[in-house]
Design a protein around this ligand. Structure first.
Ligand SMILES: [Zn+2]
Length: 313
């Protein structure tokens, strides 16, 4: 009995010891597990910004892919979009890239995703879907915007105060003396604009600050046209169409100027206009003429209208 009780006491002691050992072991395992979890958690925290970043990169990649797709469509539409203006079918919008780029505030390549992003912002501001694809509806939103900034119909009758500019300001040095007239304020604004352009574009100037005799760029091709003279031009070119020679011409106000920007001075053929819109003179006008009160007629790179109430708008 004594042996038996001793045996049980021993067993009990071992049991206590072993359960204590097990407890210690469990605690140790738990501790190690916690430490490990903590390390893992710390690792997770330290890697959290990277993980977040990669998620946003993926999200941006997703949007970017959308605009890369839009850019591919723009590359095609730039030379192929069919639309109508002035009673004629027009093809593509390549000619209007400088004006479009200025309106949407980008210098990015028109075939780039960045350009498509800027187009999508313009589309949303114009109440269109922000697809980034420069389609027919988007092009129409641009032409409406440009046309809205031109001389209003109301101002097409007034001839205000006309003056005759020096022949030196004209592209054609042999131009008839009775075709050198333009509205006084328009001429003053033109002179201010020329002074700024001459500096930026290194145009040749004469001693009085005007464009020199051997400079062509930005000289006046045509300014004020009396209704009678306009009619004689129409008779000379009966097939010119209404985009070329309007009956009710802005030139009858003395506020409209045709300015030399390159190529054939006033030919509307696409091949000529494509050439004109690539000249530094035209690109300068697109970005700067507005500062002096001049707004473009998008279809004719040479035609600019002085609309003083819209200065600084
Ligand atoms: Zn004109």
């Amino acid at each position: 009995m004594r042996f038996a009780s001793h045996f049980f006491a021993l067993m009990k002691q071992r049991l206590i010891l072993s359960s204590a050992a097990i407890s210690v072991l469990i605690c140790l395992v738990a501790y190690l597990a916690l430490v490990d979890l903590d390390i893992y958690a710390q690792r997770a925290i330290s890697s959290a910004p990277a993980a977040k970043q990669s998620v946003s990169v993926i999200k941006n990649d997703d949007q970017y892919a959308r605009y890369v797709g839009a850019a591919l469509q723009n590359k095609r539409l730039r030379s192929s979009l069919q639309w109508s203006f002035g009673g004629k079918t027009q093809t593509g919008w390549d000619i209007y890239v400088p004006l479009i780029s200025y309106a949407i505030g980008t210098d990015s390549d028109p075939d780039s995703a960045d350009f498509a992003v800027a187009i999508s912002k313009w589309q949303r501001r114009s109440g269109l879907d922000g697809t980034g694809v420069l389609d027919q509806a988007t092009l129409e939103s641009f032409t409406k915007y440009w046309q809205s900034r031109r001389l209003g119909r109301g101002s097409l009758v007034a001839t205000d105060s006309l003056l005759a500019a020096p022949i030196n300001d004209f592209f054609d040095a042999t131009r008839s003396p009775d075709l050198l007239q333009l509205e006084a304020e328009t001429y003053a604004a033109y002179q201010r604009m020329i002074a700024a352009a001459a500096k930026d574009l290194q145009l040749k100037i004469n001693s009085s600050g005007g464009l020199s005799a051997n400079e062509k760029f930005l000289k006046i091709i045509s300014a004020y046209r009396s209704p009678a003279y306009q009619e004689s031009l129409r008779k000379k070119e009966p097939n010119a169409g209404r985009t070329a020679l309007a009956t009710n011409s802005p030139h009858s106000t003395g506020h409209a100027l045709d300015i030399y920007v390159g190529g054939e001075p006033v030919k509307t053929e696409d091949s000529n206009r494509v050439l004109q819109v690539q000249t530094p003179a035209y690109k300068w006008l697109v970005k700067n003429a507005q500062r002096f009160g001049f707004y473009p007629y998008f279809y004719e790179p040479w035609h600019w209208e002085y609309v003083p109430q819209k200065v600084n708008n």
